[in-house]
Design a binder for this molecule. Sequence first.
Ligand code: DX5
Ligand code: ZN
Length: 219
Amino acid sequence: MKKIKISPSILSADFSQLGKEINNLEKGGADLIHVDVMDGHFVPNLTIGPPVIKALRKYTKLPFDVHLMIKPVHKYIKDFANAGSDIITIHPEATNNLKESIFHIKELNKKVGVSLNPDTKINVIESHLSNIDLVLVMSVFPGFGGQKFIPETINKIKDLKEIKDRNNFSFDIEVDGGINFSNSKDVISAGANILVSGTTIFKENNGDIQKNIEALKSV
Ligand code: DX5
Ligand code: ZN
């Protein structure tokens, strides 16, 4: 059986204790740490930038899965790489030249992800699929945690998995937004192998991170 990874989003963590929260995520069995970077322009919310990622780097050895919701993204990629990101994910709408931005991330020796908004079709990124490490399928419109999962996402994941298998591509399929205990099985069977979750990880079962991670992984 394929290995499912959980990438908890620190957007739902206690921002006054992020170091401790990241520590708890690692102890609870997280595989990656999902960092949502928002600029109040590409998305209607503001979060954190490279100095905070740099400060958090020493709290865990887990890879930082950095989701950039900022536009223009290209000129900031280097700062996020230097801050200690391991995977850098960008949205095609946030760069003038997706190919250049993908190769910029690669030349900085980071894994590259490309994200699909709920209304962005797979064909927008199809010619890049052989060059990327991860596709982040958004199952909500980016900007806020705690939103409701958009069910049409399931078919998009299935289509992407079909393209992946047909071409023998190796990218991970990560899904982000509104993931809970009832839809996790559906996204996994559709073909996703990394689940992002903020609200479910931090709030369900009185915040029992380990229990919530295990429950999301169980199929
Ligand atoms: C949305 C973010 C997500 C989101 C996940 O813009 O990219 O990472 O916060 O949080 P939940 O699991 O609460 O939807
Ligand atoms: Zn995200």
